[in-house]
Design a protein around this ligand. Structure first.
Ligand code: DC
Length: 246
């Protein structure tokens, strides 16, 4: 599979007219369940899944590796415009991120990247470049894409747009569970503070981290009270309604 070839692409640079409208855009704040829901939905509908946060994380890794100060916007932008970043799908719902020929996916959730990624993702020229690359992925075939600006900017044409919401406390609890599984020494208080800080930092530009910022027409789902199966079922129902014959 070549550069950005989505999971089911048969090769060749064909652009499908209907690919962007058929994509599913999932937005929402940190730890709102975008990846869990997106992956399950992709499995159900036999689509690929892509968590765009991984691209911002890989760029952050490249900046750190290059010894560039994350605050130096001009230097960061220059690096990202020429970055050798590839996305491959050995499994339809498990994309791998290849940076300069090396699969870096496993390290993209490290504490240092977690702390730095918002400084990179707030740079408008970086966002512009990554939006362009994300659209190139989605133009090839319909995928489920998760992020903060998917419905509002990356996949404006998508017929299925979902905004997942959850209270800060519930999101912090979920994140705490993930961090404990990774063996980190986190407490609820530290994770709650980090979740609040992340929301503040992510709340810039075209990004949607609050439900008032959701894409027009997006289905807004509050995941505090309902389980993942119900969330996935609601999204799949919407997808089938707006994509007759699917
Ligand atoms: O979803 P995440 O925690 O992996 O996102 C990492 C960072 O990238 C976070 O600062 C939000 C940002 N991001 C973004 O600005 N736009 C996206 N489409 C996806 C992620």
């Amino acid at each position: 599979m070549g550069l950005y070839d989505p999971p089911n692409a048969s090769g060749g640079p064909t652009i499908t007219d209907d690919a962007l409208p058929r994509c599913i855009a999932i937005d929402g704040p940190t730890a709102s369940g975008k990846s869990v829901v997106g992956r399950a939905l992709a499995d159900l509908l036999h689509l690929g899944f892509f968590d765009t946060g991984l691209m911002y994380r890989a760029c952050t890794l490249a900046v750190l590796d290059a010894g560039i100060a994350p605050e130096d916007e001009a230097a960061v932008t220059a690096l990202i415009l020429g970055i050798d970043l590839d996305v491959r799908w050995p499994e339809p719902n498990g994309p791998r991120i290849i940076l300069s020929g090396v699969d870096v996916t496993a390290g993209l959730r490290s504490a240092i990247i977690e702390q730095t990624v918002s400084l990179i993702s707030r740079i408008e020229d970086v966002r512009h470049e990554l939006v362009r690359r994300q659209r190139a992925i989605a133009q090839r075939e319909p995928v489920v894409m998760a992020g903060r600006d998917i419905g509002t900017r990356v996949l404006v044409e998508a017929r299925t747009k979902v905004f997942l919401d959850a209270s800060t406390e519930i999101r912090a609890r979920r994140r705490l569970g993930e961090e404990q599984v990774e063996g980190r020494d986190s407490t609820f208080e530290t994770v709650l503070a980090a979740t609040r800080r992340r929301d503040e930092l992510d709340n810039t530009g075209h990004r949607a981290v609050r439900r008032e910022q959701a894409a027009e027409g997006a289905l807004i789902i509050d995941t505090d009270a309902i389980g993942i199966d119900d969330v996935v079922a609601q999204c799949a129902e919407l997808y089938r309604q707006v994509n007759p014959g699917s």
